[in-house]
Ligand binder design. Structure first.
Ligand code: FPP
Length: 243
């Protein structure tokens, strides 16, 4: 019996899963707690989902931690989120390293305070040789901003218009070192892309589980992978006729 059968995993496990971790605020409100308690619970949950990705053989996990638009949230929430990110580096980095996860950042590091920026850089350097799971943290990330940045860099590099094709554009995105996501999950029941991986998710399967992020654990991830396994990916073509 293969490992996949034992776990009830489909034959094809998505190599790259991207997640919009939505619903922390509503999870907290439902319990009469402040929104930041929801973000803390969401952070705890992230550890469980990373462990499950390693267990299921997912090779790339990209998480939307803070968007270029999240700066417009109330000041207390933004500073609370920054404190949570800061704590995570102090508390979780060693465990991430032990799991064999390689930390990468996508987005802009400006906007972070010096101490947090340094922690991100150290985390990336410390885990750079790990190869069980690549964890892309989208922080101060927006897909349109990423595309604008890519165009600016192409112009700076003096490229001719004939040299520009899809592979070249991909190579200028923050995600250049990762394959496109096979599966994008947005928790909480909301069904929007919210400026996340617009280019990269052109042919991804999208799943919108109706649970808030802090409640999206190992079983819910397994269910999403099973649902992915039942989808036919056509990339704009036709499904071959069964004979
Ligand atoms: C969306 O929920 C969640 C966020 C904007 C923040 C996500 C951040 C974490 C889970 C922290 C962990 C990340 C790292 C890298 C340590 P929401 O606030 O929009 O929820 P709502 O829609 O219910 O209000």
């Amino acid at each position: 019996m293969s490992n996949n059968t034992k776990l009830d995993l489909p034959e094809i496990v998505p190599q790259h899963i991207a997640i919009i971790m939505d619903g922390n605020g509503r999870w907290a409100r439902r319990r009469g707690l402040p929104r930041l308690a929801g973000h803390r619970a969401g952070t705890e949950n992230l550890r469980r989902v990373i462990e499950a990705c390693v267990e299921f053989g997912v090779k790339y996990l990209t998480i939307y931690a803070f968007s270029t638009e999240n700066w417009t949230r109330p000041r207390d929430e933004v500073s609370g989120l920054m404190r949570i990110f800061d704590d995570v580096f102090d508390r979780e980095l060693a465990e991430l390293d032990r799991q064999g996860a390689q930390l990468r950042h996508i987005g802009r590091l400006d906007g972070l305070n010096d101490s947090l920026r340094e922690k991100v850089r150290n985390g990336i350097a410390m885990t750079k040789d790990n190869d069980r799971l690549v964890l892309n943290v989208a922080f101060n990330y927006g897909s349109r901003d990423e595309i604008v940045h890519a165009i600016q860099e192409m112009i700076k590099d003096g490229l001719d218009s004939e040299e520009v094709d899809e592979d070249l554009v991909s190579s200028y995105l923050f995600t250049a070192q990762s394959p496109d996501p096979d599966l994008v999950i947005r928790t909480s029941g909301e069904q929007r892309t919210s400026n996340f991986l617009l280019w990269q998710s052109a042919y991804s399967e999208w799943i919108f589980p109706d649970v808030y992020w802090p409640d999206f654990g190992r079983d819910e991830l397994l269910a999403a992978i099973q649902e992915f396994g039942s989808r036919e990916r056509r990339y704009g073509g036709l499904v071959p006729q069964q004979t």
